[in-house]
Design a protein around this ligand. Structure first.
Ligand code: GLU
Length: 440
């Protein structure tokens, strides 16, 4: 259990009541502990002062709201909503908003901490945040989702802003969600504020490349790793878990580079074909039917079977907690790629490390999304827009710089790529925190 820092309890004057010193912190959940445990593994390698490390184990600010929504049939329901801001040391906090039945304060806190390291590793002037509403988005109609989004945005007004905290899409949210958030915020200000969110439609100041950015970035990182490992991309047999915004674009980009996509999956289960799947045809099927349900492009398999298929590259683009101590020994991939945030548990990381299977970590691999979000925000603030090719080139440059730093540090310190990526991010934040000091 996380406890208030030893230093805090030691000082007689500041000593909190017993109950406070020992009460579990509200965000202290298994996922948050995983984020802190990863951080603790990286701290000795990062070589940062312990008092700085202690401050970074806690999110700066957490907001819990309840979001009442009138359903289409007139019924009123209330959903819990959250926004956690982990660190504002480097700039405004940044991170997605997800609509999912597992959203909790602890999940948002873990994801916010990962956003801090991700932004810092990419040298973006942001800290990390994450938020969401606990709901089953697929059971809500577009009009219900609009009312939920507008009310949730109103509840967040005291803590968000273009210089404070900038939301973006995440699981089950998209350009339309961001348009409603931008409109709700702008209505309160009395003028258009496109820079309040990123991942908006292009018509209201969105970036021409934001939609594809996360998936395209995943493939840029895979290509860099393949170059270092001497694996020709076009010879790789790939499995992609998750066929949403990240997985479907990553699969399409890999397919375009000549790699073979032997299996993909979504909530409806997996599809497998040793001869390779026609990814654009699958994307067209999903556009028409909403999911891969009923698609007969290959053999139908379960999500568990998909993860254990014999392949070169396994891309995890679904959600957290997919590769665990239980299934990691059975994985037959030669490389694991984290398109989602937190898909590999600590136990799985250790097993894959012993088995010599490299894991391209989330905070590097899926950073294409927030990097293009940064470009979108800068463009909105300056009211000056770049072309698709310019944005793609700037993204490639940012990701390749971060990849080289991570790969070289991992080789130099003989650590995992995850620890190296965390060290890269943690050092940026620690240097800034040391320079700024603790207020007052
Ligand atoms: N939700 C995405 C992530 O986890 C993007 C966040 C953003 O663009 O701010 O990185």
């Amino acid at each position: 259990m996380l406890a208030w820092s030893a230093g805090y309890t030691r000082r007689a004057v500041a000593s909190p009541p017993e109950a406070l010193a020992h009460a579990p912190l509200e965000w202290d959940t298994p996922l948050y502990r995983m984020a802190v445990a990863q951080f603790d593994q990286a701290v000795p390698v990062a070589g940062i002062p312990e008092d700085i490390a202690e401050r970074l184990r806690f999110p700066e600010r957490s907001l819990i709201v309840s979001v009442p929504v009138r359903l289409d049939d007139g019924q009123r329901v209330v959903f819990p909503g959250y926004r956690v801001q982990h660190s504002s040391i480097l700039g405004p906090t940044k991170g997605g908003v997800r609509y999912d039945s597992e959203v909790s304060l602890g999940e948002c806190a873990a994801l916010a901490m990962w956003m801090t390291w991700k932004c810092a590793l990419l040298r973006l002037p942001y800290g990390g945040a994450k938020g969401g509403v606990r709901c089953d988005a697929r059971s809500l109609s577009p009009t219900e989702l609009e009312r939920l989004t507008r009310r949730f945005t109103s509840e967040l007004l005291p803590v968000i802003g273009p210089q404070e905290d900038i939301p973006a899409p995440d699981m089950a949210t998209n350009e339309q969600t961001m348009a409603w958030m931008m409109d709700t915020y702008s209505m309160q200000r009395g003028y258009a504020v496109p820079e309040i969110v990123t991942g908006k439609p292009i018509s209201i100041g969105g970036s021409v490349f934001r939609h594809e950015a996360t998936g395209a970035g995943v493939v840029m990182v895979i290509a860099s790793a393949c170059t270092r490992l001497g694996w020709p991309v076009e010879e790789q047999r790939c499995v992609v878990q998750g066929f949403g915004n990240v997985g479907s674009i990553a699969a399409a980009e890999l397919h375009e580079l000549g790699a073979t996509i032997v299996a993909v999956s979504d909530v409806s289960g997996g599809i497998h074909s040793e001869d390779g799947l026609d990814v654009p045809a699958l994307q067209a099927y999903v556009r028409e039917h909403g999911s891969l349900e009923g698609c007969d492009a290959g053999r139908r398999i379960s999500n568990e079977e998909l993860l254990e298929l014999d392949c070169d590259i396994l891309v995890l683009a679904a959600r957290e907690d997919q590769i665990t101590g239980e299934n990691a020994p059975r994985l037959r991939a030669r490389m694991v790629v984290e398109g989602a945030n937190g898909p590999t548990s600590l136990e799985a990381d250790a097993i894959l490390d012993t088995r010599g299977i490299p894991v391209l970590p989330d905070i590097l691999t899926n950073a294409g999304g927030v990097t293009v979000s940064y470009f979108e925000w800068v463009q909105d603030l300056g009211r000056l827009f770049w072309t698709r090719d310019e944005i793609r080139a700037k993204l490639a440059e940012k990701l390749s710089d971060a990849f080289d730093r991570v790969w070289d540090l991992a080789a130099e310190r003989e650590t995992s790529l995850r620890t190296a990526a965390l060290v890269g991010g943690i050092r940026e934040v620690s240097n800034a925190l040391e320079a700024r000091g603790i207020f007052p």
